[in-house]
Write a protein that binds this ligand. Structure first.
Ligand code: X90
Length: 282
């Protein structure tokens, strides 16, 4: 039996090596979203210089936006496997999940016996990475397809996303948050700390300064039931804040297993410069 994992690029995974699968029979592929600004396009396949993209967009005056992966890109990710698992950014803010579901139905119809399960992450970024890591572990345990499907749905519900944003401009300009929510930011030094709730952006706290925002993230994690498990931090050109956050989490939860890395194109476009996305287990 062959297995495949495919995540859309909002998971910030670039290659099989990011999941420790470089020498594994389990295939890993990315279904790229696209970032568009005028006649420029970035296919979020890990090949872009993110600093360059963020820099370009910060001075670009025209309209910019994004597009979800196509049916064909999802099917390519299934890699002709007997059993394939896909992870999509929240269906509440993107068409990626819907595209993946059409791909699943097409693939199963064309290949009798093969099975696909698509996880609607109801989230993005590092929350999706945790789901991908868990899928790898469940597949390596050689559990039956149905059990992996049920257990990954449970895991999605027992993992959370908290984030820190300095600007909601790109989210508002693309209709992903209301103009009222977008008005929360824009004042010098103000950070929004929020969470994914039912697949949408929930701007829970307005904080003055990064220090307060980072303390609020740790408090939010504790409130939601974090007990010192896995944490994944994606940052948009803000390694300093990620390092400080890691230290603060470890002070409060010495057993936490934390990894951090730079966000790729899609999350960098929406979370914008200095944004942090934090996925954690509860
Ligand atoms: O289909 C497309 O073009 C992609 C649209 C994606 C829109 C949402 C991206 C969110 C990126 C921003 C902060 C965290 C929000 C959490 C919401 C669940 C990251």
């Amino acid at each position: 039996m062959s297995y495949a994992i495919v995540a859309d690029s909002s998971a910030d995974l670039v290659s099989a090596a990011d999941l420790g699968l470089e020498n594994s029979p389990i295939s890993f592929k990315v279904a790229p979203l696209k970032i568009l600004a005028g006649d420029r396009e970035w296919v979020d396949d890990g090949s872009n210089d993110i600093e360059d993209m963020v820099e370009f967009l910060s001075t670009y005056k025209g309209k910019s936006g994004t597009a979800c992966p196509s049916l064909g890109e999802w099917i390519e990710g299934f890699n002709n496997a007997d059993f394939a698992f896909g992870i999509a950014i929240t269906s509440q803010l993107s068409g990626s999940y819907e595209s993946a579901m059409i791909a699943k139905n097409t693939y199963e119809a064309e290949n009798p016996g093969r099975r696909v399960h698509i996880v609607d992450s109801l989230s993005t970024g590092p929350h999706m990475r945790l789901i991908a890591e868990k899928l790898r572990a469940l597949i390596e345990e050689e559990l039956p397809f149905e059990e992996i499907r049920d257990r990954i749905e449970d895991y999605r519900d027992n993992t959370k996303l908290v984030f820190m944003l300095e600007s909601l401009n790109n989210l508002a300009n693309n209709g992903r948050v209301s103009p009222a929510v977008a008005k929360l930011t824009g004042m010098l030094g103000i950070r929004i700390v929020g969470r994914a709730t039912d697949g949408t952006l929930d701007p829970a706290y307005k904080c003055r300064g990064e220090k307060k925002a980072l303390a609020t993230i740790v408090k939010e994690m504790a409130t939601q039931g974090f007990q010192g498990g896995k944490v994944r931090i994606a940052h948009v050109l803000n390694e300093g804040a990620a390092v400080t956050l890691k230290e603060k989490i470890l002070e409060a939860f010495p057993t936490a297993q934390i990894e951090m890395y730079g966000a790729r194109g899609l999350d960098s476009f929406y979370a914008e410069k200095n944004g942090l996305l934090v996925g954690y287990e509860i």
